[in-house]
Design a protein around this ligand. Sequence first.
Ligand code: NAD
Length: 243
Amino acid sequence: MTVAVVTGAANGLGQTFALALARARYRVAGFDVAALDETENLVEAAGSELLPVRCDVRDPESVDAAVEAVVREFGALHVVVNNAGIYPPIPFADTTIDDWQRIMRVNLDGPFLVTKAAVPHLRAAGWGRIVNIVSAVVFLGPPELVAYTTSKAGLVGFTRALATELGPDNITVNAIAPGLTHTATAARTTGAHGGFERVRDLQCVPRIEEPEDLVSTLLYVCDKGSGFLTGQTINVDGGSAKH
Ligand code: NAD
């Protein structure tokens, strides 16, 4: 069986991704700083099982222990979905160096640490899929998200360079760029005060993006048959950015 890790699986997109992979018969571990009970219950209700691992993706020791726990439980690791991320809207003039570093630590150090811990296991398995959740902001460059956009653009660079390095090992590395998507965090932040509606009106598909809109792309990229797709950033935002 194919084994997948989804970071940030307690809420939002990560929860939907963990559930979708479990439904597609992957064995799934969810990493999060928050409690994973809700995701565990949803996966169980779908007739599968989630391995819940409390893990802070900014912390090397926590990440190494979490990846070891997965391999101990499932015997292998093939797929890593680097989804945990934060996106607080802050005007550039108000962005402190602490804000900047806080965002970079979760959004860039996190994928670096999780991927670094996972790669030896993907190599040992003889193939692997690394999927980095970026954002359509890398194409659109909206205001009040300068640090966030920079972090996700960095993750696109990580995706491209790592794809080159890991190609000979049958490990693909791709990014998926969601548009503004209806999660509880987005509703409190970027989607608040008419944000969802403003973004909807820029899209070709005139409705608010839901986490489920990303599932078919995730499953396609993770599929063992997608071994020739690598180094790409797939934009799934209803067509607001066309590239
Ligand atoms: P969310 O806040 O609902 O979920 C993020 C999860 O990551 C939470 O469960 C949180 O506890 C976890 N997390 C945060 N810091 C962590 C850490 N240090 N270690 C481990 N887990 C940690 O967010 P979401 O809206 O589902 O977004 C998920 C991802 O998708 C993020 O990377 C985000 O940047 C990206 N994204 C979201 C949207 C959107 O509109 N929702 C759009 C584009 C990209």
